[in-house]
Design a protein. Structure first.
Length: 240
C-alpha cells in the first residue's frame, strides 16, 4: 500500500486552479521528487499532504486514510517537514529545536537527549559542540542540517522537503544532497522532495513527477526522465 496517495486531486483558490486532477502514489521507502517551474503547484502538493490545505476535489491519503479523517495535530506530527527557510525557533537551543516534537509526544527527557545527540551525529554536527548553540550561531547549511534532524526526531514515516537546499551556495548544496542520499540509504524514509532544479531531481529521486501548469506531465525514473519527450521535460533537460 502506498504511504501517500493523491486520488484525482484538484486545488483551486480565488478562482485560480493550482492543481488539476493529480494522481500520484508514493511507495514505502522511495523518494518522489516533484519537479517543476515556480507556480506549478509543487509546494501546494506538500501542504495538501500534511493537512495544511485540503483538496477542492479528490482526496489525499496518508497510510490509507484521507487527510480529512486524520486529527490535524496527529497528522502534522506524523510527517516531518523541511523547508527552505528552516523555521527553527530562534530562542530555542539546537537541542530544544530538534527535541521539540518528541517532547510534545511525551517522550522522557533521557530518551529525548539520546535521540537528539544521535541525530546531530547523523547530520554531521557533534552534540558536544552544537546542542547548546542557538540558530543565529549557525551557518545556513548548519541550520538546514538541524532542520533535517528535527524532521527525523520523532521517527515519522513520511518526510516532506520543500526546496530545502535552494538558498545555499553550490558547494554546501552538493554536500547536503550527498548527505540526503546517505540518510535515505540509512533510514529508508518515504519522502516527497520539491525542487525546480533538474540536476537535483535526477540525483535524489527514486522517481520524478514533473508538474506543469498544475498537471502531472510525466512520472518516471531519473534514467527514464533523460529520454522523456514531452515539451516540458525537454525544456528542463535543455537546462542541463
Amino acid at each position: 500500500m502506498p504511504l501517500v496517495e493523491f486520488r484525482n486531486v484538484s486545488y483551486a483558490i480565488a478562482g485560480r486552479t493550482i492543481l488539476s486532477n493529480i494522481n500520484l502514489q508514493v511507495e514505502p521507502g522511495e523518494t518522489l521528487v516533484l519537479l517543476g517551474r515556480s507556480g506549478s503547484g509543487k509546494s501546494t502538493a506538500l501542504k495538501l499532504t500534511n493537512g495544511m490545505l485540503f483538496p477542492t476535489s479528490g482526496e489525499v491519503l496518508v497510510e490509507g486514510r484521507s487527510t480529512r479523517e486524520w486529527d490535524p495535530i496527529r497528522l502534522k506530527r506524523h510527517i516531518g517537514y523541511v523547508i527552505q527557510e528552516v523555521g527553527l525557533f530562534p530562542h530555542f537551543t539546537v537541542a530544544a529545536n530538534v527535541g521539540l516534537v518528541p517532547k510534545l509526544e511525551g517522550w522522557n527527557e533521557a530518551d529525548i537527549d539520546r535521540r537528539v545527540d544521535a541525530l546531530l551525529a547523523t547530520v554531521g554536527l557533534p552534540a558536544t559542540e552544537y546542542r547548546a548553540r542557538y540558530p543565529r550561531q549557525l551557518s545556513g547549511g548548519q541550520r538546514q542540517r538541524i532542520g533535517v534532524a528535527r524532521a527525523l526526531a520523532a521517527d515519522p514515516p513520511v518526510l516532506l522537503f520543500d526546496e530545502p537546499f535552494g538558498a545555499l551556495d553550490p558547494v554546501t548544496r552538493f554536500e547536503l544532497q550527498e548527505q540526503f542520499r546517505d540518510l535515505q540509504r540509512n533510514f529508508k524514509k518515504t519522502s516527497i522532495f520539491v525542487t525546480h532544479d533538474v540536476r537535483e531531481a535526477m540525483r535524489l529521486g527514486t522517481r520524478i513527477a514533473l508538474l506543469a501548469n498544475g498537471n502531472v506531465d510525466v512520472v518516471v525514473s531519473p534514467n527514464e526522465f533523460e529520454h522523456a519527450h514531452t515539451a516540458e521535460a525537454r525544456a528542463f533537460l535543455a537546462s542541463l
